[in-house]
Write a protein that binds this ligand. Sequence first.
Ligand SMILES: [Zn+2]
Length: 115
Amino acid sequence: MNNPVDHTTSPMSCDEFADVLADLLERDVTEPVRAAAESHALSCDDCGPLLADLRKLRLDAANLNDLAPSRDLWAGITERIETPVMALNSAVHRAHSLRCSSIDLRTHASRVSSR
Ligand SMILES: [Zn+2]
């Protein structure tokens, strides 16, 4: 479309709201667009709850993403810290724990990328 709507003067429609919704969630919109979208959400029984739901989902997802990797990585870190450096069989031990933690990282990476 070569005819962008001026959101500062015309009220936003549901279609226009849907168009900017993703950018709105990413806070990747200009202030007039954000204001128009927010005021549409407030006045629209469909888009208001939708926006609230998506914001909540996004927050939940962000919290999950924060928690999951740090817990997984910490397991690998403690494993390396606890590897006895002075043990006689440390070479075998270290090779084993390195292999295990790289497998952990790989499974974790594939889990993240499959989201
Ligand atoms: Zn709407």
